[in-house]
Design a protein. Structure first.
Length: 144
């Protein structure tokens, strides 16, 4: 699973848990919505549980959110599923040629730009809550 899909699947899991809060939310149920293997869901659920975003009860097919929708940001999910470490969203190639003026300077030139871009993205994710996602889906379902 790619980094970006792990993040999207984490959001999917949390949102579906909210939508199905009156039902039984097993890994099989979640996997059917995501269209993936339940083992993938269980691994991500373990990460979400470790981050304090969900409660899972072994032996009982079900899980629930550990916080209010308005208290869970997309940045929380991003961090929970180990998308990337700080300042590592973009990779810079190793060992450019120091004899070349571009090779000698490219890393120092683009690394600050990459760091700023990652910071900006993370700031946006911090401003969006799971409540926003749920409201958007609810609106779309009422229209359709």
């Amino acid at each position: 699973m790619s980094i970006s899909s792990r993040f999207a699947v984490g959001i999917h899991i949390l949102t579906l848990i909210e939508f199905n809060k009156e039902g039984i939310t097993s890994s099989e149920f979640l996997a059917s919505s995501v269209n993936t293997n339940p083992a993938v869901i269980r691994k991500l659920m373990g990460m979400l549980k470790k981050a304090g975003l969900i409660e899972v009860h072994p032996g009982i097919a079900g899980s629930k959110l550990a916080k209010e929708l308005s208290e869970i940001t997309l940045f929380d999910v991003y961090k929970a599923v180990n998308v990337v470490q700080e300042k590592e969203l973009f990779s810079v190639h190793d060992n450019p040629n120091p004899e070349c003026p571009v090779g000698r300077n490219i890393q120092n030139t683009i690394e600050p730009l990459f760091t700023a871009a990652q910071f900006a993205m993370e700031k946006v994710l911090g401003g969006v809550t799971l409540e926003d996602v749920v409201k958007d889906i609810t609106t779309k379902e009422n229209i359709c």
